[in-house]
Write a protein that binds this ligand. Structure first.
Ligand SMILES: [Fe+2]
Length: 227
């Protein structure tokens, strides 16, 4: 059984109320998975640092982080690494979580959804600045998530901000727990608290799920969400 923790960011204002589900799912078998993920992430990090150095300026959604993997988010997909049994199992878990979220909180169809999964390896003093994965409210399914792989030796937080510009500095937050996947609508702005440890990195995954337009297949590395 998957442990599910619901958090609703809501305001019942009579003129402009909202209710945003920010839902955290726990992956039971995360210790072995996270070791594989760290190996994969370190390999990718070395590739973009040492071999493919000139893609560091790719659009990163204004996270302003030094994490080179964040800047290369659309050049790789962690779910391509099917040579790792743990990644195949994890993909199945992520598909089930998205299915649960979509069926429970939305009226979107599950038929033609694709997923991109990248990594963030955040070093000393660094953090992801406030950003969203989609700068507008879409009528189609656009759901993002983060999976927490490894803490830098102390607790960190992800903050999710109000969708109303007039209350733009209000937020709810989740403590980042290893093995937890949090799904939220892609238009919600979010940021992270900083890595205060000078020796350890903070490892996370970021994911986007949506129905890509045909032209977007050429500059993204999607895989089907539900096989
Ligand atoms: Fe993000």
């Amino acid at each position: 059984m998957v442990d599910i923790e619901e958090r609703f960011f809501e305001r019942g204002n009579p003129f402009c109320g909202f209710r945003v589900p920010i839902v955290t799912y726990t992956y039971d078998d995360h210790e072995k998975l996270n070791l594989d993920l760290i190996e994969i992430i370190d390999e990718l990090d070395a590739f973009y640092r040492e071999v493919k150095k000139d893609t560091a300026s790719n659009d990163d959604g204004s996270t302003l982080t030094k994490s080179i993997l964040t800047h290369n988010f659309n050049n790789f997909n962690i779910f391509d690494r099917t040579e790792y049994d743990n990644i195949v199992k994890f993909k199945d878990f992520v598909s089930k979580c998205y299915k649960h979220y979509i069926e429970t909180y939305t009226q979107f169809s599950l038929d033609d959804l694709w997923i991109q999964c990248w990594a963030n390896k955040v070093g000393k003093f660094d953090y992801l600045s406030k950003h969203s994965h989609m700068g507008y409210l879409s009528l189609e399914c656009c759901l993002s998530s983060n999976y927490f792989v490894k803490a830098p030796g102390h607790e960190t937080y992800t903050r999710y901000y109000s969708p109303l510009t007039i209350n733009k500095n209000e937020y709810v937050y989740t403590p980042n727990v290893e093995g937890s996947l949090t799904i939220f609508p892609s238009f919600i702005e979010h940021d992270t608290s900083s890595n205060r440890n000078s020796n350890l990195y903070r490892y996370t995954l970021g994911m986007d799920v949506y129905e890509p337009k045909q032209y977007q297949f050429a500059d993204r590395t999607y895989v089907k969400l539900i096989e």
